[in-house]
Design a protein around this ligand. Structure first.
Ligand SMILES: NC(=O)C1=CN([C@@H]2O[C@H](COP(=O)(O)OP(=O)(O)OC[C@H]3O[C@@H](n4cnc5c(N)ncnc54)[C@H](OP(=O)(O)O)[C@@H]3O)[C@@H](O)[C@H]2O)C=CC1
Ligand SMILES: CC(C)CCC[C@@H](C)[C@H]1CC[C@H]2C3=C(CC[C@]12C)[C@@]1(C)CCC(=O)C[C@@H]1CC3
Length: 318
C-alpha cells in the first residue's frame, strides 16, 4: 500500500491526485510508479503524519492553498502495533461454531499493545480514527460545495467489532483490542458524517479490503506461516493488495448519493479468481453513531485548545 491518505481533487477541469504520506521517500516511489502506469496523471505529494494533530492541521492548510475543490478523500492509514494472536482464544474458536467467522474477521483472537502520543491520545485511536476525523473537519469547506457532491472513503476492516468498542472508552484505553475498536468507530463515524453532511453535499462510505498480505499482517505472523495458512484464508476472502482494492475502485465509479450509509463495501474474490464488490450491512445504529460524533467534537475542541496553549507557551518563552 503506497500512501497514507490519497486525495483526488479536480479544479479548472484538471484532475489532480494528491498523496499525503508521512514517509516522503515511499511517497515519491509511489508517485513514480503511478506515473509509469498513468503518464498523463497529475500527482502531487503532501507530508502528513495522521497520528500527529499538528501535522494534520498543517497538511490541510497546505492542501487548501493548492486546491479549491475536493471530490474524493480516501482515508487509508492504519496501524496495528505489536499484534499478538491469543492462542487460547484461537484453539477455543477452532472447535466452536464460530470458526469460519474467526478466520474471516480475526474476532477475539488478536490483541495489540497501544501507547499514548505526546498530546495525550491513544496512538491507535489517533492514527486510525481521530487524525482522519480532524482532516475531514479541516477540509470541510472544500468537501461541502453547492455545485458537486464529494465522497470520503474510510478503509475499515472486517475486524471492526461492536464488542471491542465502548462509548465510555472511545480511545480504548482499557482494552487490548484498540485496532478493532478504532475500526468499529470509523464505521460509526461514517454514518454520523452522512447524517450531518449529506445535505451539504458530503457523503461518506466504508470499505473492507478483506485479508491483504501487507506490513500490517506480516507483523502478526511470519510471512512463511501466513503463506502456509493462505489456502484456508483464500476460502474465506481475497488476499492480494490488488484484490483488496476492488471495492475502492468500485466506489470511485459510483455516484456518492447512491451509496448506502449503513453498508460496508467488501472486496471479494470468487472461486474462479474474479474480483467483485459486495455491500454488507454494518452492525451499527444511529444513536451510537451520534453519541460518538458528539464525543469526537468535544475531543476536537480539547485538542485544538491544547495545541493553541502549546503555541502560546512557545511564544511567551521566546
Ligand atoms: N492488511 C489487511 O489485511 C487489512 C488492512 N486494512 C486497513 O488497510 C489500511 C492500510 O493498511 P495495510 O496496507 O494493510 O498496512 P501497511 O502497514 O502496509 O500500511 C499502512 C499505511 O498507513 C500509513 N501510516 C501508518 N501510520 C501513519 C501515520 N501516523 N501517518 C501517515 N501514514 C501512516 C503507512 O505509512 P508508512 O508507509 O509511512 O508506514 C502505510 O502507508 C489500514 O487502515 C488497515 O487497517 C483493513 C483490513 C485488512
Ligand atoms: C495457527 C494460527 C495461529 C493462525 C492464526 C490465524 C490468524 C493470524 C488470522 C486469522 C484471521 C486473520 C485476520 C487478520 C489478521 C490475521 C488473522 C487474525 C486481520 C485482523 C488483519 C487486519 C484486518 O483489518 C482484518 C483481518 C481479518 C482476518
Amino acid at each position: 500500500m503506497f500512501a497514507c491518505v490519497c486525495v483526488y481533487c479536480a479544479f479548472s477541469g484538471i484532475g489532480l491526485l494528491c498523496l499525503a504520506c508521512r514517509n516522503m521517500q515511499r511517497a515519491e516511489a509511489a508517485r513514480q510508479a503511478l506515473l509509469v502506469s498513468h503518464p498523463t496523471a497529475q500527482a502531487t505529494l503532501l507530508h502528513l503524519d495522521v497520528g500527529n494533530m499538528r501535522s494534520v492541521l498543517r497538511a490541510a492548510e497546505e492542501f487548501k492553498q493548492m486546491c479549491n475543490r475536493l471530490d474524493y478523500l480516501y482515508l487509508n492509514a492504519g496501524i496495528m502495533p505489536n499484534p499478538r494472536v491469543d492462542h487460547k482464544a484461537f484453539y477455543k474458536g477452532l472447535f466452536s461454531s464460530n470458526v469460519v467467522c474467526m478466520f474471516a474477521t480475526g474476532e477475539g483472537i488478536l490483541t495489540q499493545e497501544d501507547k499514548v502520543t505526546p498530546i495525550g491520545l491513544q496512538e491507535v485511536f489517533a492514527t486510525n480514527l481521530f487524525g482522519h476525523f480532524l482532516l475531514v473537519k479541516e477540509l470541510e469547506p472544500l468537501l461541502c460545495q453547492i455545485d458537486h457532491n464529494s465522497l470520503v472513503i474510510w478503509r475499515s476492516s472486517n475486524n471492526a467489532q461492536r464488542s471491542a468498542f465502548s462509548l465510555d472508552d472511545i480511545q480504548h484505553q482499557k482494552g487490548r483490542e484498540p485496532y478493532s475498536s478504532s475500526k468499529y468507530a470509523s464505521d460509526l463515524l461514517s454514518l454520523a458524517l452522512n447524517c450531518h453532511y449529506n445535505n451539504r453535499g458530503l457523503f461518506s462510505s466504508v470499505i473492507c479490503p478483506g485479508l491483504v498480505m501487507t506490513n500490517l499482517t506480516y507483523g502478526i505472523l511470519p510471512s512463511f506461516f501466513l503463506a502456509l495458512i493462505l489456502p484456508v484464508m483464500w476460502l474465506v476472502e481475497g488476499y492480494s493488495p490488488y484484490n483488496g482494492a476492488e471495492a475502492l475502485f468500485w466506489l470511485f465509479m459510483q455516484k456518492p448519493e447512491s451509496l448506502d450509509p449503513m453498508a460496508k463495501y467488501h472486496s471479494l474474490t470468487s472461486g474462479l479468481g474474479n474480483n467483485y464488490t459486495q455491500p454488507h450491512k454494518m452492525d451499527i445504529d444511529e444513536n451510537m453513531s451520534e453519541a460518538l460524533y458528539v464525543k469526537l467534537l468535544e475531543l476536537e475542541d480539547t485538542v485544538r485548545k491544547k495545541l493553541r496553549d502549546e503555541d502560546l507557551d512557545i511564544k511567551t518563552k521566546n
